[in-house]
Design a protein around this ligand. Structure first.
Ligand SMILES: Nc1nc2c(ncn2[C@@H]2O[C@H](COP(=O)(O)OP(=O)(O)OP(=O)(O)O)[C@@H](O)[C@H]2O)c(=O)[nH]1
Length: 370
């Protein structure tokens, strides 16, 4: 049997096996097998090409615009950035990846308009795999939906999932450390939703024979398999609903219902008209928030505070240590301490050390050795 037949057979068996405690371990084993065979198939089909677009990542963060053809991605890119992207009223005008730079609050945010993601993309049809490889390297997925085709969201998410992109979640808290002997030892913090035998069954499929396994949260078989595969990427996502200028106000509730059906809060989805340049300020704000960017105003000796060009870092990567990383080794060597004023400071000019976490709009002065 070839790989594809194997995959079909396993998928069929999973579909035909009722899920309950007595079959859970068996399903766990099947799902692990399936993930590995799919991996093998994808590696085979991308051999000898399909390395993906060489898009150079620049700026403070990168956002991938993901949507079907003709939903208005090029129009949106043009409206938000300084890029000159070709716009056409027919499908597939975007033949290659189109980068543009959005300048917002002193940050340079790279937007990548990728060719329409179509059904079967994850299998390598229609050039979709190249698109997906670009998406994988982004910091945020921006779904661009047309107000009349909210259902396209399902297919887009499915394509991303099949290409190992996990949205709006973190890797499951699972750690495995190999031993020389002693078999598999599973430690769980309370009821994690899977039997110990299932966890062991899955691990065995990944060739763990002697290992300590710790599972610290409730999880599904799929999440456990994801945690054991090292090529899953976890990205935040944001939904924009374009062509909002084309609907009558009383149709809005229908759209909102369609969003809710897909677990999208209509309050967090951003309604825009790329063509009429409406809603773009809210969209920029949401992109900023979703990326978790913060501004640090540097107080430069002799020049005062630079409010024009803040240093932009990600929340969570915003300690003094991280700032020194960005500034380079000379700064690190000469660093003595820092003074911070603003949201993260207890008082103006607070003296802080390396571990201090900065917040948006802090003013930072570095005291250096001469
Ligand atoms: N009414 C209206 N039309 C829009 C809007 N945004 C885009 N369009 C139109 O929709 C059509 C497709 O827009 P594009 O920007 O080329 O769409 P795309 O998603 O980049 O499509 P591909 O390049 O094929 O991937 C064009 O005729 C645009 O003028 C909008 O907000 N409102």
């Amino acid at each position: 049997m070839g790989l594809e037949e194997d995959i079909d057979a396993i998928e069929e068996e999973i579909a035909n096996t009722p899920y309950n405690k007595s079959t859970e371990a068996h399903i766990g084993r099947l799902k692990s097998k399936l993930a590995q065979k799919k991996e093998k198939l994808q590696n085979q089909s991308s051999a000898g090409g399909g390395q993906g677009y060489a898009v150079e990542k620049t700026g403070d963060a990168t956002v991938a615009l993901v949507g079907f053809p003709s939903v208005g991605k090029s129009t949106l890119l043009n409206a938000l950035t300084n890029a000159e992207s070709e716009v056409g009223s027919y499908e597939f005008t975007t033949l290659d990846v189109n980068p543009g730079m959005l300048q917002y609050r002193g940050a340079n945010i790279q937007l990548l308009d990728v060719p329409g993601l179509i059904e079967g993309a994850a299998d390598g049809r229609g050039g979709g795999r190249e698109v997906l490889s670009v998406v994988r390297t982004a910091d945020l997925v921006l779904f661009v939906l047309s107000v009349f085709e909210i259902d396209q969201y399902d297919r887009l998410r499915e394509e991303l999932y099949n290409n190992k992109i996990r949205l709006d979640s973190r890797p499951a808290s699972v750690s495995v450390s190999k031993n020389i002997k002693g078999g598999l030892k599973v430690t769980t913090s309370g009821d994690v939703g899977l039997d110990e035998s299932t966890i062991k069954e899955v691990l065995r499929e990944y060739d763990y024979i002697n290992a300590d396994v710790t599972v610290r949260e409730e999880l599904t078989i799929d999440r456990l398999v994801d945690a054991l595969m090292d090529n899953r990427v976890y990205l935040p996502s944001l939904v924009s609903v374009n062509k909002a200028d084309l609907i009558e106000p009383d149709y809005l509730e229908t759209v909102n219902d369609q969003l809710r059906d897909r677990d999208i809060d209509p309050e967090t989805a951003v309604f825009i008209s790329a063509e009429k340049e409406k809603g773009l300020d809210s969209l920029k704000e949401s992109i900023w928030e979703s990326l978790g960017l913060i501004r640090i105003y540097m107080d430069k000796p002799g020049r005062g505070v630079d409010y024009e060009e803040p240093m932009v870092v990600r929340r969570g990567d915003s300690t003094i240590d991280d700032v020194l990383d960005k500034l380079g080794s000379d700064f690190r060597q000469r660093f003595r301490f820092a003074r911070v004023s603003g949201p993260s400071a207890k008082h103006d000019e607070q003296q802080v050390g390396m571990d201090h976490e900065l917040q948006d709009e802090d003013v930072l002065r570095l005291i250096m050795r001469r």
